[in-house]
Design a protein around this ligand. Structure first.
Ligand code: FAD
Length: 219
């Protein structure tokens, strides 16, 4: 079989990439997962969906992901696993200035977050002892996800859009010509490809190693 884009790894990243490629009309897309969807980090994740990050680049990516998750059910017709129960991050005296800076930056890019005084935290969570608390940041629309549901829904939605989803299929190697991957070798056969997305998370360098690529990334 010949595919336009072969995505390696059926975690939240690969499933999302496969879905978005299909919905953008990227041609014949294949998602290859060596175990089951969400078997890797995704299925073991606490999956807190928060927007509290300290750099605008990461905060913007988190905001885009949150927007997608929030609207995923009506858009895909499948459960997102996301529950907006709110998210709070606490700060002692030493952390308060950093927290304030983060919240200011996050608000400037459109994130719904605000600083709370200890008394406001007490109102929100009466059981909490706020004696040592200097402040907190509160995101009323953040929460957590069931990451297995999220990834499975994305993979199923991709499939409905024509994606070939191959689970229990491991990528074992590649054939490269003139610096381009021509063939992906898997335990379910070889596939001619135009492009490959490596979405294997902590196994990224194993795949890179098959291609002789040495990225200075360590886990
Ligand atoms: C304990 C824990 C708590 C976490 N808590 C949070 C949190 O609260 N909030 C948050 O945002 N993030 C959290 N994370 C991080 C988050 O879970 C990961 O960033 C995310 O799940 C990564 O998804 P992924 O798709 O990139 O990787 P993975 O889910 O690991 O997917 C990679 C997939 O690639 C497959 N694969 C590998 N090699 C091959 C091969 N050769 N052929 C075919 N398939 C292959 C694997 O089987 C795997 O399924 C947490 C992670 C852990 C472990």
């Amino acid at each position: 079989m010949e595919v336009d884009v072969l995505v390696i790894g059926g975690g939240s990243t690969g499933s999302s990439v496969a879905y978005h490629l299909c919905s953008e009309g990227a041609g014949k897309v294949m998602l290859v997962e060596r175990s089951n969807i969400a078997w890797g980090q995704t299925g073991r994740s606490t999956a807190v969906v928060r927007l509290h990050y300290s750099t605008p680049e990461v905060a913007k990516m988190a905001l885009e992901s949150w927007r997608f998750l929030k609207d995923m059910e009506p858009r895909l017709g499948k459960p997102s696993g996301f529950r907006a129960v709110g998210f709070i991050i606490l700060a002692g005296e030493n952390e308060l200035e950093g927290l304030r800076r983060n919240v200011e930056m996050q608000r400037s890019i459109g994130i719904n977050t605000k600083l709370l005084e200890p008394e406001e935290v007490k109102q929100l969570i009466p059981q909490m002892n706020v004696d040592d608390l200097a402040g907190a940041a509160y995101e009323p629309e953040s929460g957590y996800a069931d990451p297995v549901t999220t990834a499975q829904s994305l993979a199923e939605a991709a499939k409905e859009l024509g994606c070939v989803v191959k689970t229990n299929t491991e990528v074992r190697g590649f054939e490269v010509r003139d610096g381009r991957i021509e063939l992906v070798k898997t335990t379910a056969g070889d596939f001619k490809v135009n492009q490959v997305v490596n979405a294997t998370g902590v196994w990224t360098n194993v795949i890179n190693g098959m291609l002789g690529i040495d990225l200075p990334v360590e886990v």
